[in-house]
Design a protein around this ligand. Structure first.
Ligand code: NDP
Length: 331
């Protein structure tokens, strides 16, 4: 059976500019796949804003519907793991990149991408986490696996008011770490304190442009979401045998670093990719995010918006680095 639905659609114009608008689509137009999901919630991530503005590194071909996260109910399934009515969600893989994404009433995807909603989470909560929350959890998992423990000292989170950063702050604080928030928003200190941060550094304080190969070692760990000179400075400021995770590039994808933090202090630089994270690790982490790692999600969902508000306001806001916490989209 086919269904009509509303979707945010991005089209490429002849002059290489991009237009985004709400359109009516039909499920027959969705790509082939095992599971059709009626979307109830999605969420806005930085990558969605890149896709929505024509970034070919994220989305090669337009017209396209962004939305790397989607949660809802199974409407059709030809895979025995999923039955009609199951509450499920999808984060990552190719959703919203080159596969029509969650800023729409329906998605159709391969069954191997679909996660059953764990008990302990609602559909809305799964999208307050979304890709950002999963990436924060994966970063913390990698830092802990490398040896980071609360008694080893302070942990810096950069881009702290963003999606990944804010959940990183809350999760690390819940697990007993002393969290210092690196943020460009001095007006957001109360928000970050509420999440568990105990100290703050401005963007200016996070960057040392001197040629010194190492700085005074302060951090036992760093959860970096921004890259560039902030990441380089964090590496130089990490203590002997400290650990640094890296997932993002909002400041810059370039790393003008020397090898000294690695060869003189044994610092670990840990790469984080949530997109293709294997399903077995994915399920373990989501289970934890729904139970012993579950944080208070209410203060993190600073905005719940419609597809129209997403289009009119929030895509631009996240591109300007003005987003605070998580923006959940009610479809
Ligand atoms: P958000 O836009 O929600 O957060 C990014 C935050 O970074 C902003 O809120 C701001 O926080 C800070 N920031 C913005 N611009 C700059 C700048 N020019 N210099 C320094 N800091 C800046 O994005 P997300 O949290 O969704 O994603 C963060 C990064 O992680 C992105 O690059 C994204 O692509 C990447 N990512 C990677 C994933 C992976 O699997 N590797 C998965 C998910 C995201 P503040 O004002 O507090 O400093």
């Amino acid at each position: 059976m086919s269904h009509t639905f509303t979707a945010l659609r991005i089209t490429e114009n002849a002059d290489k500019t991009f237009t985004r608008q709400l359109v009516t689509r039909n499920t027959d137009e969705l790509p082939a796949g095992d599971v059709l999901i009626k979307v109830v919630y999605s969420s806005l991530n930085y990558k969605d804003a890149l896709s929505a503005t024509g970034h070919k590194g994220v989305t090669r071909n337009y017209p396209h519907t962004p939305g790397i996260d989607a949660a809802g109910h199974v409407a059709e399934s030809n895979d025995s793991r999923f039955a009609i009515g199951d509450a499920v969600f999808v984060t990552g893989y190719d959703l919203g990149m080159n596969t029509a994404g969650g800023f729409a009433g329906y998605i159709r995807v391969p069954a191997d991408w679909v996660v059953k909603l764990p008990s302990g989470l609602t559909l809305q909560e799964s999208m307050i986490y979304g890709t950002a929350g999963f990436t924060a959890a994966l970063s913390v998992y990698k830092l802990q696996h490398a040896g980071l423990k609360p008694e080893k000292g302070e942990v810096l989170v950069t881009g702290a008011t963003g999606g990944v950063g804010s959940i990183g702050v809350a999760l690390l604080a819940k697990l007993g770490y002393q969290v210092i928030a690196g943020t460009g928003k001095s007006s957001a200190h109360d928000f970050l304190k509420q999440l568990g941060a105990t100290g703050f550094l401005s963007r200016e304080e996070l960057v040392d442009m001197s040629s010194r190969p190492l700085l005074k070692g302060r951090w036992a760990g760093v959860l970096d979401t921004v890259g560039g000179d902030i990441l380089v400075t964090a590496l130089k400021s990490t203590k002997y045998w400290g650990h640094v995770s890296c997932c993002g590039l909002v400041a810059s994808p370039t790393l003008n670093a020397s090898v000294y933090p690695f060869i003189l202090r044994g610092v670990d630089l840990l790469g984080v990719d949530s997109v293709e994270c294997p399903m077995d690790a994915r399920l373990i982490l989501w289970q934890r995010m729904a139970s012993d790692w579950k944080i208070d999600l209410a203060p993190l969902m600073t905005t719940e918006c419609s597809l129209a508000e997403l289009n009119d306001v929030y895509i631009d806001k996240i591109l300007q680095g003005q987003a605070l916490g998580r923006i959940v989209v009610k479809i």
